[in-house]
Design a binder for this molecule. Structure first.
Ligand code: SF4
Length: 275
């Protein structure tokens, strides 16, 4: 099935018009709360500004735009129902990590993440119809909400509770659309988020030393990112998969790697052509 080019243009225009909302305003190298529990090498690639070897295609842009649109609608729906919800609360840069809470409730001191989910992922987490039992909120979403809570928690914006709200992208009438995970924000889960913030800081510092971090996803080294049968790794959706597959598993010094140098020269040429 082909994508209508006019529709693709409209989608690109929507992404362009809304991208500021999702971009950081900080120039210095840093990670995002949304990097929580993601592959260390992937975060390193982005911070080192190495051009993607597998850039997102039109279909992917389309899916992302739909996700953003649903996300924005869910934010709007919450605010329409209760004006004490405030959207997009950016908290700045804390220990080399930046972020923003999708929503913050001024009456109940809740910080919330909104995630638009593909139907399969939604069923896995919420309804359990795929595997018998719902798996619950994903750890990376929970930790992201916690990091945003740490960033926001202050006299002006105290945080008592975190929430992760899932929206089913393909919900039809009569099926569940929203599911919410709620937990109190306390010393125990703050400590969990601190551990992740420490990992993110060390990735930023590794890149600043001129090195890409090792391929590591949630505590396990990724031995072969091109092994598509191995779905426990996120490599199939990664914008750096082909390039990463040419590199060793351990740390890589950027200036000493022919593959990385070639990727950067090629990326600069592409940019010049586009200009
Ligand atoms: S291909 Fe896999 S291991 Fe390599 S950066 Fe991407 S997610 Fe990480």
């Amino acid at each position: 099935m082909d994508i209508d080019p006019q529709m693709a243009q409209m989608v690109a225009a929507y992404i362009e018009a809304t991208k500021d909302k999702y971009e950081s305003r900080f120039d210095e190298p840093h990670a995002f709360a949304s990097d929580a529990l993601d592959c260390s090498r992937k975060i390193g690639f982005r911070i080192a500004e190495i051009p993607a070897s597998n850039p997102i295609d039109t279909t992917g842009e389309f899916a992302m735009a739909i996700g953003r649109y649903i996300h924005d609608m869910a934010q709007g729906a919450l605010i329409m129902r209760d004006r004490r919800w405030k959207a997009e609360q950016e908290w700045g840069l804390l220990d080399r990590v930046s972020g923003r809470g999708d929503v913050y409730h001024t009456g109940s001191n809740i910080v919330g993440e909104i995630k638009s989910m593909a139907p399969y992922a939604y069923d896995l987490a919420v309804t359990g119809v795929r595997k018998g039992l719902p798996e619950g909120v994903k750890a990376e979403h929970r930790i992201q909400a916690l990091i945003n809570a740490i960033g926001l928690d202050s006299e002006e914006m105290p945080v008592d509770t975190i929430e992760v709200r899932y929206v089913n992208k393909a919900a039809t009438q009569g099926k569940t659309v929203f599911a919410t995970h709620t937990e109190p924000f306390n010393i125990g889960n703050r400590a969990e988020a601190d551990v992740e913030m420490k990992r993110l800081r060390s990735i930023v510092e590794t890149v600043e030393e001129g090195t890409l971090p090792k391929r590591n996803f949630q505590g396990k080294d990724v031995t072969n990112p091109l092994d598509m049968k191995n779905w426990k790794w996120p490599c199939g959706y990664c914008r750096y998969q082909t390039l990463c597959g040419k590199l060793p598993t351990g740390r890589v010094e950027v200036s000493q790697s022919d593959e990385l140098q070639a990727a950067m020269i090629y990326g600069q040429e592409e940019q010049t052509d586009a200009d």
